[in-house]
Design a protein around this ligand. Sequence first.
Ligand code: MN
Length: 242
Amino acid sequence: MTTTLFVSDLHLDAGRPRATAAFREFLAGEARGASHLYILGDLFEFWIGDDDDQPLAREVTAALADYTRGGNACSVMRGNRDFLLGPRFADLTGARLLTDPSVVDIGGESVLLTHGDLLCTDDHAYQRYRKRVNDPRLQRLFRALPRSWRRAAGAEGRRRSRRYSAGRPAAYMDVNAEAVAAAMRQAGVRRLVHGHTHRPGIHRFALDGQQAIRAVLGDWYDQGSVLAWSATGPELRSRAFG
Ligand code: MN
């Protein structure tokens, strides 16, 4: 069995060029040896739409295109920040857009992949917000706005999100154990990989009498975080920023 790699929550943004550089380095190096690279949401701090013409969008799109042109398989799931990633982004990068949640085969085992915000069911206000922004009619209206307006709306949304998170107890923003168990039962899996909470870890627990694993990806704020899943199981690696 070869190695499958997972990343999420890079939150790439023009204001943090070191994270973007680290991601490009990762694509050009460690990721080349993987059988598949899964990006499980929030690759970007905000995505205004596939018509984004800013240098960051172009730079990352080109780096991913280069990666897949080299024969590397890559799947991208939308997160709660880049939920507007669309078919044009997929075309330009050669990556496959992955529905949230999805079950994939990793080395003969079914693994449930999700960004993770769906599992944070204790945060009712957030779940209401999530429903709103995922409304296709609202998304169509938003996409029709000029790019500069969408950019401004994204910046305002990030300010609000920071204020919201600062005023909440941490446990609120973690996944709910029952939601995790329910999602795994429904998918018929004993393996789960998600991000969103920025609490990297590999949790082993019993689910209906069977050994289960929940692997949580870390963010790319101060260093890179990569989950490598090979025949020996999942392993978290961190990558120092250059
Ligand atoms: Mn997220």
